[in-house]
Design a protein around this ligand. Structure first.
Ligand code: TRP
Length: 450
């Protein structure tokens, strides 16, 4: 047990876990959702979901991982031997592997856009819709970028917890925050800033529908990396004095701040160009934004160049810290279960993900005709993981901690064996026992029958 890897510092813990949380979910998916769901009112509901559902489930995953000190599957067989609870672990690890394959495809697009910005392809007047569509349907480019991205992830993971994940997070997360601050600073000077800020801050409660609430919950879970063994695996590397509640609070705060700041970068830019809509869905970041960058910086092209390059570097870095956490889930399992070296385990994961990723990447082009239940391969992966396994995982994790696990174990973990005072412990258990399972059950049913 003593030779098991662990994070070296509190800062390392927070940065690695927020690295997992902060990702395409914050800067790509969150703005899409905000745009589609009418702005500030969605954000308020989102924040409530983070506080009352996301944080408690995150603490549960942390305590399961740290208590068991092993990978996400064996954690359940250790804490609940011989019971079906192990299926939370099995589906979680399988889902993390599948997510990595399709998340890697979008991450590959961010790499392509970074390169395209760097060589100046993303400046000037151009049909950016065609640019995007040509790229994603190209028979080899998205495959290549996806593979390169997974290999980059591999390089960090293979170095291990302290030398790879922690060191990398300690450099990348501050860099990422710095880029965000610079970009938000720039966006203050845009003509659309006021309108963008009003869109993000002035809630119109008439827009809060059932769909808004359910989308907000789903988004909160995705953004906080809940339900797929990521948090549980990272927590198995926490030390015994890590304050789980505080860590979850910090990670949730950083994750939410980054999402909001992402909004403050994107919407002022979008509103600076008359006639563009905030409701552009998945194309917002890859089609609308290049158009916007080009138009608002028409007179100072070098500023547009820097703004766009920084933005895509930001997106890419955010994606990378998340793919690392997804990769680590399967790598840790194979390494510990099959007793393979870390290197061999990581290679197996990398190879498997690239293999599946090829199909996902091509499902926008050559393989777009292959459909199951009317979904392309990419959409199918997204559906199975983000819409089925993630909510179910979150629900069963809260039931596991709230109802199954002995209260004394939960208390011992949350209070670090009685060393910490946790004022809201009863409330936390109440959220886990009743609120989380019911609310998540609702998201699940909603997503399933949408
Ligand atoms: N949270 C990340 C994001 O916002 C994505 C992610 C990483 C994730 N690990 C996860 C999502 C586990 C669900 C489950 O982009």
């Amino acid at each position: 047990m003593s030779e098991r890897a662990n994070f070296g510092s509190k800062m390392g813990v927070i940065l690695a876990a927020s690295g997992s949380a902060v990702g395409l979910g914050n800067i790509w998916r969150f703005p899409c959702m905000v745009g589609e769901n009418g702005g500030a009112a969605f954000i308020l509901v989102y924040i409530l979901c983070v506080m009352f559902l996301g944080v408690p489930v995150m603490v549960s995953e942390f305590l399961i991982g740290r208590r068991a000190k092993t990978n996400a599957i064996e954690a359940y067989s250790k804490l609940a031997p011989g019971t079906p609870w192990i299926w939370i672990g099995i589906t979680g690890v399988a889902a993390a592997f599948l997510i990595l394959s399709y998340y890697g495809v979008v991450a590959g697009w961010t790499l392509e856009y970074t390169v395209a910005s760097a060589v100046g392809e993303l400046s000037g007047a151009k049909d950016y819709t065609a640019f995007f569509n040509d790229f994603v349907s190209n028979p080899w480019k998205p495959v290549l970028y996806m593979a390169v991205f997974i290999l980059l992830t591999h390089i960090v993971v293979v170095r291990g917890v302290r030398e790879g994940i922690e060191k990398f997070s300690k450099i990348m997360m501050p860099l990422l925050l710095l880029i965000i601050c610079v970009l938000v600073g720039c966006s203050f000077s845009l003509s659309g800033f006021e309108e963008g800020a009003a869109f993000l801050l002035r809630p119109d409660f008439s827009k809060v529908t059932n769909k808004v609430i359910l989308d907000a919950m789903g988004q909160a879970f995705f953004s906080m990396s809940i339900g797929m063994g990521c948090l549980c695996t990272y927590a198995s590397y926490f030390s015994k004095d890590t304050d789980l509640m505080k860590t979850a609070g910090s990670v949730a705060t950083i994750d939410t701040l980054v999402a909001l700041l992402g909004g403050f970068i994107i919407f002022p830019a979008v509103f600076s160009v008359p006639g563009l809509s905030a409701d552009a869905g998945a194309g917002l970041v890859f089609i609308t934004l290049p158009n916007v960058f080009h138009l608002i910086f028409q007179n100072v092209p070098w500023l547009g160049y820097i703004f766009s390059l920084m933005f895509y570097v930001l997106l890419m870095l955010a994606a990378l810290t998340s793919t690392i956490s997804l990769h680590e889930v399967s790598t840790a399992y194979i390494h510990e279960r099959l007793k393979w070296s870390r290197k061999k385990a990581a290679w197996a994961v990398t190879a498997g993900c690239i293999f599946l990723g090829v199909f996902c990447a091509l499902s926008f082009g050559v393989l777009s005709e292959i459909k199951l239940f009317d979904l392309t391969i990419f959409d199918l992966f997204d559906f199975v993981t983000a819409k089925l396994i993630m909510p179910l995982g979150g629900m069963f994790i809260s039931i596991f901690t709230g109802w199954y696990l002995e209260r004394s174990i939960v208390k011992a973990e949350v209070t670090n064996e009685g060393k910490l005072k946790i004022p809201f412990f009863k409330f936390y258990i109440f959220l886990l026992k009743f609120v989380a399972p019911v609310c998540i059950g609702l998201i699940f049913i909603n997503e399933l029958f949408k």
